[in-house]
Design a binder for this molecule. Structure first.
Ligand SMILES: CC(C)(COP(=O)(O)OP(=O)(O)OC[C@H]1O[C@@H](n2cnc3c(N)ncnc32)[C@H](O)[C@@H]1OP(=O)(O)O)[C@@H](O)C(=O)NCCC(=O)NCCS
Length: 214
């Protein structure tokens, strides 16, 4: 499968919001509170405003397969207050809003997006790729561990206390991986050799077919 990662454009905002809504429904169906308003997640309007800002700054990226969007990530050097220290931000790029179309899950699109973030870090002479993950979602933490990241800490501002609630900062599990760790990887990511994308009904139907033989 050929995955191409290109810089996002303001016109991609609708696609990114569609991916967000699709995966939010997927998360809810799994019983996760990730991204829910009740647990402190962003409304789709606030999400769209934030991503729109990033698109205009050239910080958001689109993964394409067969010319169709199958994922997105935003990479910059900012994070919510109380997560990373200024010194930690200065030596890192920060990954946000990574989403892969559900119909292309398990095809290493996420691995490609993270490798792209690492390439951006190296190009900017940043040592680390850092991100915050939904605090309560340990299955998501496991995903990042399998991707080579380590849990640095749960940001203190998210810890429940007499005057604070974990829900105030729901995405405070801080993960990092050295940007040069990708360059040292000798084995390429396991990706299908071919992806068939079928688009109908305004791009809402995408089928992924692997022809991998192993
Ligand atoms: C995280 C993500 C971009 C990775 O894409 P990918 O590399 O193609 O990997 P997959 O979608 O196949 O997910 C790999 C595994 O992680 C699990 N996983 C991924 N995100 C998860 C989440 N938010 N909560 C629980 N499990 C999750 C998947 O269920 C899958 O498990 P399985 O191997 O048992 O089937 C994609 O899974 C996604 O869009 N997840 C929802 C949005 C999200 O949480 N983004 C990260 C924000 S920090």
């Amino acid at each position: 499968m050929n995955i191409r990662i290109r810089q996002g454009r303001p016109a991609d905002l609708g696609t990114i919001c569609r991916l967000r809504l699709q995966r939010a429904s997927w998360l809810a169906a799994r019983g996760s509170d990730q991204w829910t308003r009740q647990a402190g997640g962003l409304s789709i309007e606030v999400f769209a405003a934030a991503v729109g800002h990033s698109l205009r700054r050239g910080e958001s990226w689109i993964a394409e397969a067969g010319g169709e969007p199958v994922g997105t990530v935003t990479v910059n050097d900012r994070a919510d207050a109380g997560l990373w220290s200024p010194a930690e931000l200065a030596e890192a790029v920060v990954v946000h809003y990574m989403i892969v179309d559900l119909r292309c899950a398990g095809r290493a699109v996420g691995a490609n997006l993270l490798a792209h973030a690492a390439a951006l870090a190296r190009a900017r002479h940043r040592t680390w790729v850092r991100l915050d993950a939904w605090t309560a979602n340990t299955a998501l933490h496991d995903y990042y561990r399998r991707a080579g990241f380590r849990l640095v800490r749960i940001a203190a501002s998210a810890m429940p206390g007499p005057t604070e609630s974990a829900a105030l900062v729901p995405s405070a599990a801080l993960f990092e991986r050295r940007a040069d760790a990708w360059a040292r990887t000798t084995e390429p990511p396991r990706i299908p050799q071919r992806i068939l994308i079928t688009t109908r009904d305004a791009g809402l139907t995408v089928s992924c077919v692997s022809s991998r033989t192993e």
